[in-house]
Write a protein that binds this ligand. Structure first.
Ligand SMILES: CC(C)(COP(=O)(O)OP(=O)(O)OC[C@H]1O[C@@H](n2cnc3c(N)ncnc32)[C@H](O)[C@@H]1OP(=O)(O)O)[C@@H](O)C(=O)NCCC(=O)NCCS
Length: 175
């Protein structure tokens, strides 16, 4: 297993957790689907969906793990100078230990290396854990998509907030 430790940017006041992180590959499609299903019971993504995304040009992602236990993933897609965080999750028992921050920082660094200038994502308006993390990483709300997410009750829909972050000096991209 190819592994590397992502050094955290000390300008971000995130926990001093050091995740073991490696790149997601096509062979991680089933693993990614299992993690995603555990974290998003209302909207699981199947193995085929991850396989299709991972095969697309510009798509990249990271897996956080401890020994052989997968803990979380982030999947992103860069197109020209923009990058979307397609999905991002950490299993319940491993949350609040800095793993989500590590994964997001890894994604931001990779995006920087690809020449991305803006990163954006969608998050449910009631997902305060994720919104707080994104705000802490410098993301700001840019739009709202009404009734965007389904919930377990088919009649219940939740708005999505679009958040974005310019990749500025903090990640070394501003010319
Ligand atoms: C969002 C998620 C990835 C965060 O992962 P994590 O490993 O717990 O994140 P971190 O430990 O790095 O948290 C960093 C900071 O985010 C904020 N945060 C994270 N979880 C929080 C919570 N439940 N409540 C309030 N703030 C929270 C805090 O500021 C936290 O710092 P602190 O622990 O020092 O207070 C995780 O909660 C998750 O997988 N949720 C379900 C899937 C999901 O919602 N994904 C995002 C979809 S857009």
């Amino acid at each position: 297993m190819s592994e590397k430790t992502i050094k955290q940017d000390t300008t971000l006041a995130v926990p001093q957790h050091r995740s073991r992180i490696r790149d997601l590959t096509l062979s991680d499609a089933a693993l990614s689907s299992a993690l995603h299903s555990a974290c998003f019971q209302d909207e699981p993504w199947h193995t085929e969906a991850f396989a299709d995304l991972l095969a697309m040009p510009g798509t990249f992602g990271f897996l956080s793990y401890e020994t052989d236990l997968p803990l979380g993933i982030i999947l992103c897609r860069a197109v020209a100078d923009e990058c979307e965080v397609l999905t991002f999750c950490v299993i319940g028992s491993a949350r609040r230990g800095g793993i989500g921050s590590d994964l997001l920082i890894a994604g931001l660094h990779r995006a920087t290396g690809l020449g991305v200038r803006d990163v954006f994502l969608e998050v449910a308006v009631d997902n305060m854990a994720a919104i707080r993390l994104y705000q802490r990483m410098g993301f700001a709300q840019t739009a709202v998509r009404p009734n965007y997410y389904r919930r377990d009750n088919p009649l219940r829909r939740v708005d999505a907030v679009v958040m974005s972050k310019p990749l500025d000096d903090q990640f070394g991209t501003k010319s």
